[in-house]
Design a protein around this ligand. Structure first.
Ligand SMILES: Cc1cc2nc3c(=O)[nH]c(=O)nc-3n(C[C@H](O)[C@H](O)[C@H](O)COP(=O)(O)OP(=O)(O)OC[C@H]3O[C@@H](n4cnc5c(N)ncnc54)[C@H](O)[C@@H]3O)c2cc1C
Length: 342
């Protein structure tokens, strides 16, 4: 995995790379699954991601206090389950490699269906997938253009060339990239993509002094005006040295308080959760997810243009969760592999 800051002195900067078979924009779970499938089939592939770390909404962060307490927080996706046998194959592999574990079989009442989480946080799944791939983090794609092959330009003035391009950012961000590149989609496709919208989610990460009162197995889903989820990362097992709590605000709170300052957000959310926390807060951070869970999604696992080799995929296609994103990535990998074989 390469970080763009590692290449500051690279003489190849400003010069296009050799033509690769497939360029994937987005190193979330969708992009990483597709890249893994292509690489296993011998098709060369590059993944470009604007994030400092890999994984997109599979996000885990550390927060320390006075070098004595360290909390580890899952602040994007919290857990997942598997229904589709094609996803179960990947889940079994991650279990075998010790990347994930069964957290519980339901929150509150057990339904005997395993809920999984990353052994070291959900980002660990992305890091596991990325370890053998050509992944470039800190690499924001700002312009794309097609003229018999793709030319992809990044914010730090790198250029990548590819035969096929896959866009996996949340759909509104992918559309912004197409607009910035003056790429016009057929009207029916444009309308269908514009209808895919996402909830926003304000997430508060709170490091507590004492054990929380969140019931076992360490999470509770709420139907509150302010809060939808409280997750105790200590009980979950990813934060052994700190009482690290993730509080997810409801879609309506997130819209209403999006522009409020962090202190006001923290005050409101911590007050709403007070009965479950019952502890002084040592430290907190606020994270704003503009695109959290898709409200509406495309019925097919990807959208492939017929005129040019451009495909769009992600959790805005199929289903709004990790399983949906993986199924989108699998279908997209199989489609691209078939095209290269053809
Ligand atoms: C707060 C929250 C809670 C959630 N809880 C759950 C849960 O409990 N269970 C569950 O199953 N799912 C949950 N989800 C949803 C789940 O995280 C997503 O469905 C899944 O991770 C989407 O993966 P993806 O690869 O499609 O998109 P992303 O993870 O968003 O990946 C897209 C990537 O594209 C990159 N990118 C965007 N623009 C550019 C650019 N111009 N150049 C380069 N890179 C770019 C981004 O950095 C990002 O890494 C949650 C999401 C959030 C935000």
């Amino acid at each position: 995995m390469t970080n763009s800051s590692d290449r500051e002195a690279d003489p190849k900067r400003n010069h296009p790379s050799a033509i690769t078979s497939c360029i994937i924009v987005g190193g979330g779970i969708t992009g990483l699954i597709t890249a893994t499938i292509l690489q296993r089939k011998g098709i060369n592939v590059i993944v470009l991601d604007k994030g400092k770390g890999i994984g997109g909404r599979l996000a885990t962060r550390r927060m320390s206090h006075e070098n004595s307490v360290e909390g580890v927080f899952d602040y994007g996706a919290q857990y997942f389950s598997a229904s589709d046998p094609r996803f179960q194959v990947w889940v079994d592999d991650w279990l075998k490699h010790g990347v994930i574990k069964e957290w519980c079989q339901g929150f509150g009442k057990s339904d005997r269906k395993p809920r999984y989480c990353g052994v070291n946080g959900t980002r660990g799944i992305a890091q596991h997938l990325a370890q053998d791939l050509d992944v470039h983090t800190n690499t924001k794609v700002v312009e794309i253009g097609y003229d018999s092959f793709w030319l992809v330009k990044t914010e730090d003035e790198q250029q990548f060339q590819g035969e096929m391009l896959l866009l996996t950012p949340p759909v509104p961000q992918a559309l912004d990239l197409l607009d910035a590149s003056l790429m016009v989609l057929p009207l029916d496709i444009r309308f269908s993509l514009e209808s895919i919208s996402y909830h926003s989610c304000i997430t508060l990460l709170a490091l507590l002094k004492n054990h929380s009162k969140i019931p076992a197995p360490g999470a509770i889903a709420l139907e509150d005006n302010y809060l939808t989820w409280l997750g105790d990362n200590h009980q979950k097992g990813i934060s052994p040295d700190g009482y690290a709590i993730t509080l997810q605000a409801s879609p309506s709170f997130s819209e209403d308080y999006w522009d409020s300052d962090d202190a006001e957000i923290a005050y409101k959310l911590l007050s709403a959760a007070a009965d479950y926390l019952d502890s002084p807060v040592i430290k907190y951070q606020v994270h704003r997810w503009r695109y959290s869970l898709p409200k509406t999604f495309h019925p097919e696992p990807y959208l492939a243009l017929s005129e040019i080799p451009l495909i769009m995929a992600g959790d805005g296609f199929v289903a709004p969760n990790i399983e949906g994103a993986v199924l989108s990535g699998i279908a997209t990998g199989e489609l691209i592999a078939k095209r290269f074989k053809g």
